[in-house]
Ligand binder design. Structure first.
Ligand SMILES: Cc1ncc(COP(=O)(O)O)c(C=O)c1O
Length: 438
């Protein structure tokens, strides 16, 4: 039997794709083993007489679930407690791919992988970090970001995190990002860029013009022959956009514009898109430019390596969770229900912006630009430590918020009722004044 690692490397080498130089040392070695998972999959197709591969209890040709476990569900054991394939339930992968293509018409008929099912966004990001980040590799991200990137890219993979200003004068700071990317390329030929729109913690979303300027800059920066740019689109809050001129689609759809030296990766999940925070179902999808000669082969190799990373971490994602998501995608009701939630969030967002703009609060805080997502981020006056305000809010007002940096407070408006918005900002104002007077 030939070694799957060398066979997969040979396939990737034969494509001459720039993707080869994007992989980490670990990513370069990963290849799906010809072990239990691969042999069981083969048997599921070909063992028409007796299948003695599976580590599941079967009776009368179906898996046996205990009534105490699956009784409360109106679903079969095959849909709930049976193992799911490592890359995910095939019908779910196809349904999510169809969703991505519907939402991103530019990608139609282009080289886009089948999404791989991960244990929600966190796991998808950890898999990306394993596949593409070596110790010391520059990872460019905004000054403010979802704190878990530190663990996923910094602590676990030893990346060098380069922080870039997200906005300047309330617009996307494309020039600032270009300078940071150039700093990264001065260190290594490969740079990983994390994009997250709508953004956590600010809710920032670029305008369509800003997105075009961003893509043009990225194409320019990635153009030199030796450079490799991995663009990771963390689309956690996809669809939750409230301003009419804001970008509604993922930068993922611009693979053609970014050119061969950039690899676009989409990370998304049911977590916030389908209000299914605890189901733990996410997706990792790759796109290549149409002009790449062997794009389908490159995507196939990337899918294999990604499935290998999944196999080596969680083995496969909950079958029950995947079934619930697939049923939802097939229900025909999902878009209407999502729109209802988006409208609710848009109304809360509008109420938050209106309330925070009250001139009474002007000396206590103002808002970072926010056009989507779950959060707004309050900029505090200089020398007012955010954590002191956060503690005061807890102790004197019974109000909980997050202090993501020394100078900001993050307020989650997604869970706030209308009547809570005014009192919350009153309390922040009072706590800031208290801390300033100390
Ligand atoms: C920007 C961003 N990425 C990733 C995640 C992780 O999501 P999940 O719960 O699907 O792992 C979050 C969760 O808050 C987030 O805000």
């Amino acid at each position: 039997m030939s070694d799957p690692r060398s066979a997969l490397s040979a396939r990737l080498d034969a494509t001459s794709s720039p993707v080869r130089e994007m992989l980490s040392k670990l990513g370069a070695t990963l290849a799906f083993p010809r072990g239990i998972a691969a042999q069981s999959a083969e048997a599921a197709e070909l063992a028409t007489c007796i299948d003695a591969t599976a580590g599941e209890v079967w009776r009368d040709h179906v898996p046996v679930g205990l009534p105490a476990v699956i009784g409360p569900l109106r679903l079969s054991a095959a849909e709930t407690v049976a193992y799911a394939p490592t890359p995910g339930v095939p019908a779910l992968r196809d349904a999510w791919r169809a969703k991505i293509l519907t939402e991103h018409p530019r990608l139609a008929d282009g080289p886009v992988s089948r999404p791989l099912v991960t244990q929600a966004l966190t796991h998808a990001l950890a898999v990306v970090a394993e596949l593409f980040v070596d110790p010391g590799d520059p990872v460019v991200l905004p000054v403010r970001y979802w704190g878990n990137y530190d663990l996923i890219f910094g602590t676990r993979r030893g990346a060098e995190l380069l922080r870039s200003p997200l906005t300047r004068d309330d617009a996307l700071d494309v020039d600032g990002l270009e300078v940071t990317l150039e700093r990264g390329f001065a260190q290594r030929d490969k740079v990983v860029l994390l994009l997250n729109f709508p953004h956590n913690p600010t809710g920032f979303v670029p305008t369509l013009d800003e997105a075009d300027a961003l893509v043009a800059m990225l194409a320019r920066v990635a153009a030199p022959r030796e450079r490799r740019l991995v663009v990771v689109c963390d689309d956690a809050y996809a669809g939750l956009v409230y301003a009419p001129d804001a970008l509604r689609r993922s930068i993922f759809e611009r693979a053609d514009d970014l050119g061969p030296n950039a690899l676009t990766i989409k990370i998304d999940a049911v977590t916030k898109e389908l209000n299914a925070w605890g189901l733990r179902v996410g997706f990792l999808t790759y796109a290549r430019p149409r002009a790449e000669a062997h794009a389908a082969e490159v995507l196939d190799v990337l899918e294999n390596k990604t499935a290998t990373a999944i196999r080596g971490t969680v083995s496969s994602v909950s079958r029950l969770s995947q079934t619930l998501v697939l049923r939802a995608l097939e229900s025909g009701r999902l878009e209407a229900e999502r729109e209802e939630i988006r409208a609710l969030m848009a109304a809360r967002h509008a109420a938050v912006l209106r309330t925070a703009a009250d001139p009474r609060f002007a000396s206590s805080f103002d808002l970072h630009p926010c056009r989507g997502g779950y959060f707004v981020c309050l900029r505090l006056p200089p020398d007012v430590p955010a954590d002191a305000v956060r503690r005061r809010l807890l102790e004197a007002h019974g109000v909980g918020v997050i202090a993501p940096t020394d100078g900001d407070l993050r307020v989650s408006f997604c869970g706030l009722e209308d009547h809570q918005i005014g009192p919350l900002f009153e309390a922040v104002d009072s706590a800031v004044r208290h801390v300033m007077a100390r």
